[in-house]
Design a protein around this ligand. Sequence first.
Ligand code: COA
Length: 189
Amino acid sequence: MEWQRFITHTDLYGGMTRMGAALRRASRTPATYQLRVESCKVAAMSVGIEVVRAISDEVTRAITRLLPQLSQSAKPFDEDALRELVAWKCNRLLVARVDGEIMGALMLVMFPIPTGMRAWIEDVVVDEAARGRGIGAALTQEAVRLARADGARTVDLTSRPSREAANRLYERLGFELRDSKVYRLTNVL
Ligand SMILES: CC(C)(COP(=O)(O)OP(=O)(O)OC[C@H]1O[C@@H](n2cnc3c(N)ncnc32)[C@H](O)[C@@H]1OP(=O)(O)O)[C@@H](O)C(=O)NCCC(=O)NCCS
């Protein structure tokens, strides 16, 4: 496993960003304001984002824990399947460690096509116990940084409207809704 980047979130950082969001919401919903200010008091935490190069038992256990929190229909992953996935040329599996423990994951997929290098972000998930502390944002921003460094012209992702937190996160990070239909052929196998 190789450290790609180390991001430190302190009370101050979390406090300031959360306070800003809380203040923006305060005019509409005072109760929410109070709740968010409360969350400023969480202990300092360090968040490290890394690209998984080799699958360990720890990574397998973390993905096994996180996957059902992303999709209830997702099939369980074993170590060999994960190894294959990480070895795939276009894939990069990013994980977020909070105080050393894997609490989130994201898959960055990059591939060249005639119109340029493209990047897709897939399967973003943060452990329920750690949501709302900027981990999803840190994972996504690191994926965008890696995609940009490797010459991606665009970074795409999809998210169901019912995934409210995810949609809010992506819009806040600058992702724009495209005027394009998304098609899928199912039962291909
Ligand atoms: C989407 C997800 C990855 C965001 O992770 P996160 O670490 O909470 O992200 P952030 O802390 O950066 O916050 C993202 C936004 O979601 C909001 N949020 C966090 N938890 C929330 C919750 N339980 N309900 C509603 N909103 C929530 C945060 O307030 C924040 O918005 P804000 O900055 O405008 O206040 C996480 O909620 C998740 O894993 N959801 C289930 C799987 C999923 O939907 N994945 C996306 C697939 S497209």
